[in-house]
Structures are given as structure tokens and as C-alpha cells.
Design a binder for this molecule. Structure first.
Ligand SMILES: C[S@@+](CC[C@H](N)C(=O)[O-])C[C@H]1O[C@@H](n2cnc3c(N)ncnc32)[C@H](O)[C@@H]1O
Length: 346
């Protein structure tokens, strides 16, 4: 069985790599096929696993807009016959809408929506078309000549990422990253629900919130007590219960338990203070401080500015780089997202 993911195209790689990391850490028996940017299919899923995997993906992913279960892979010429071959009463509850999304295709979306709606109605009694807030959504995805006929069984709540933007939280301070990027970084760190995640530069708690919302236990620390208190206020506001926050310089970090994941956005530039640490030394100090606090198989996902070369520091401390992405912020700043783990050759 197959799940089709419609993803954000705001970055060419991060949405697929986030999905790949979730498949990996959740130990899903599935294969990821990138059809084109924004369209990815997770295939080879057994009937036994499909619902569980579907729910994990909709609960976790940041850069994916929608997840659907593929009912049939059709094409423009066989479309009517294929739509009619499906037992729609098994998938539609009272009312439905058909929506088309195109990738490298020039099919007439309105005509396809109308035609598919009419064919489904022809097959089933007791269901109606409802364009606004339908109970069931039939999603047709056209890619070149192929048409994936799919149904949305679990909804991915994108609204959360709007509602929880930094300026909408009770404690605000400039410099917090977007909730979607924070969620993506949590996922890239391969952490699972119930495991312990640490952000030692927690600021207003943006990363801790996203990790808490997917069910992680979270710990945050910050050298500034206002941030430490502010992140607790924001975590309470988001209904996250399993958290601890500490007022601490990263150099004093000594965790009560080794962590399964570290996700963080260290301070840089003139807008954030680094305690009394000079320039790039904050990164070096951070790597040394964090190493012994991480479990052997833990991952670290961090942001840094393009002008800081992390690679020699990563090697020196005994870490190894797993993957790296760049995000252009503005003309003079590119943010680098690095996924790092402990090296077994240290
Ligand atoms: C870029 S901000 C983190 C933003 C955070 N992700 C958020 O959602 O608000 C960096 C944070 O590191 C903290 N910081 C600076 N130097 C530190 C140090 N030596 N030890 C611990 N925290 C430090 C700052 O107080 C600031 O809150």
C-alpha cells in the first residue's frame, strides 16, 4: 500500500529529508520515492502497518502539507474506468469533495473534479458532494500523464504552524526560528515520542514546543533567566507537560540523564548575546559541553551561520557530520542546518 505526500516547495531537499528521517527513526518498513519536488510516495507498506504509519506522518511532519492513501494509480485515458472500479462507499462518509493538484501536468482541474465527482455519485447512494468542509476528501494528483487517485484518512494540521508563530506566543523575543523549521530539525534528529530531547540555547522555547508536541520529554537551558522563564511560559501555553528548564551557561551543562537528541539554534550575530564567550568559540564550547551528555546513538541537529566553519570542530570533538542543508535567509546570511552524530571511530 502507498501513502502520497504533498510537500512544501520552500526548500528543494529539507521536506524529503525530514520524511526520510521520520521513516528511519520510526523503523517503518517502507520505501520512499521522490516523484518530483513537492510530491513523494511512501510505498511497500503492509495493510497491517498502513494506519499506524499514516498517523505517525500526519502527527510529526513539518514540511508536508497533506498525506493521502493511494487507492489507484491511473492515467488520463483510463481515468473514468478506474474511478468506477473503486468501492467508494468504503471510503466516503456522508459527503465529499474532489480536489485536484497538478505537478508538471496541464489537465483541466475543474473538469477533472466535476467528472470524478459525478462518477463517484453514480456509484454510491446516500452520499452528497459538499465543497466546503467535506467529511471526506478525494485527492487526485496529476503528474505528467499519471493520475493518483487517493483519499485523505487523517488530516495533517497545518494551522498549528500558523497559530504558534513566535509573535503569537505569550513570551516573545526576536530571533526564534519558524515553527516549521523547528519541527523539521526535531525530526532530522531522529528522536521518538517518549525520548529525551535537549536544547541548551532554548531562548523562547520554539524547538522545545515542537518536540513536546510530538510527544518527546524536553529539557531546555539558557544563560539568560528571562529566556528560561519565558520558554516555560510558552511550553505551558502549548499544553506541554513533560518539560524541565534550567538557568545555565552551556559550559556548565551536566545532564541528569544522557539525552537521545540535541536540537538547537546557538547564538550568533550581533543580536544575541553569547554570555561572555567570544565569537565562534561559542560553537566550540558547545560541542565540548554536549558530547558527554549525549547517548551513544544520539543525533544533534543544529543551525549555524554560513560564515562559521563547523567541520573542523565536529572532527576535533569526535562527532561526524551526517547531512547538511543551507537556507538562504537574506543577502548576507545563509543558515546552515547540520545533522551530526557521535563518531564510532573516535
Ligand atoms: C538564537 S537564540 C535561541 C532561539 C530559540 N531557538 C527560540 O526559539 O527562541 C540563542 C539563545 O542562546 C542563549 N545563550 C547565549 N549564550 C549562551 C550560553 N553561553 N549558554 C547558554 N545559553 C546561551 C541566549 O540567551 C539566547 O536565548
Amino acid at each position: 500500500m502507498e501513502l502520497l505526500c504533498i510537500q512544501s516547495q520552500e526548500h528543494p531537499k529539507l521536506p524529503q529529508c525530514e520524511l526520510k528521517a521520520v521513516i528511519e527513526c520510526e523503523e517503518m518498513e517502507a520505501t520512499l520515492n521522490v516523484i518530483t519536488e513537492g510530491l513523494v510516495i511512501v510505498s511497500g507498506i503492509s495493510e497491517e502497518n498502513i494506519d499506524e504509519y499514516y498517523q505517525i506522518l500526519t502527527r510529526r511532519l513539518g514540511y508536508t502539507h497533506e498525506v493521502h492513501q493511494i487507492l489507484k494509480t491511473s492515467n488520463v485515458s483510463d481515468f473514468d474506468e478506474d474511478i468506477l472500479s473503486l468501492d467508494w462507499q468504503d471510503y466516503i462518509d456522508e459527503n465529499f469533495a474532489v480536489r485536484v493538484k497538478r505537478f508538471n501536468s496541464d489537465i483541466d482541474t475543474v473538469a477533472f473534479e466535476r467528472n470524478a465527482g459525478a462518477l463517484i455519485l453514480e456509484k454510491c447512494n446516500n452520499i452528497k458532494v459538499r465543497l466546503k468542509n467535506p467529511k471526506s476528501l478525494v485527492r487526485l494528483v496529476a503528474f505528467k500523464d499519471i493520475i493518483y487517485i487517493a483519499i485523505e484518512k487523517y488530516h495533517l494540521d497545518k494551522k498549528h504552524f500558523e497559530d504558534i508563530k513566535p509573535h503569537k506566543r505569550p513570551f516573545f523575543y526576536p530571533g526564534s526560528m519558524s515553527p516549521k523549521l523547528a519541527r523539521c530539525m526535531v525530526n532530522l534528529s531522529r528522536v521518538k515520542a517518549g525520548q529525551l530531547l535537549l536544547d541548551p540555547f532554548c531562548g523562547t522555547g520554539g524547538i522545545l514546543i515542537e518536540a513536546g508536541l510530538i510527544g518527546c520529554k524536553v529539557v531546555g537551558s539558557d544563560v539568560n533567566w528571562k529566556m528560561k522563564n519565558g520558554s516555560a511560559i510558552n511550553l505551558d501555553y502549548c499544553g506541554i507537560k513533560d518539560y524541565r528548564t534550567f538557568h545555565l551557561d552551556v559550559r556548565e551543562l551536566k545532564m541528569y540523564e544522557k539525552v537521545a537528541s540535541v536540537v538547537t539554534d546557538p547564538p550568533y550575530g550581533i543580536s544575541t548575546s553569547t554570555g561572555d564567550i567570544d565569537g565562534d568559540d561559542i560553537f566550540k564550547e558547545f560541542f565540548h559541553a554536549i558530547y558527554d551528555n549525549m547517548a551513544e546513538d544520539a543525533y544533534l541537529c543544529m543551525a549555524s551561520p554560513h560564515y562559521v566553519d563547523l567541520n573542523p570542530m565536529i572532527d576535533e570533538v569526535g562527532f561526524e557530520l551526517v547531512e547538511q542543508y543551507s537556507i538562504k535567509m537574506h543577502r548576507s546570511l545563509t543558515r546552515i542546518i547540520s545533522v551530526i552524530k557521535k563518531s564510532h571511530t573516535k
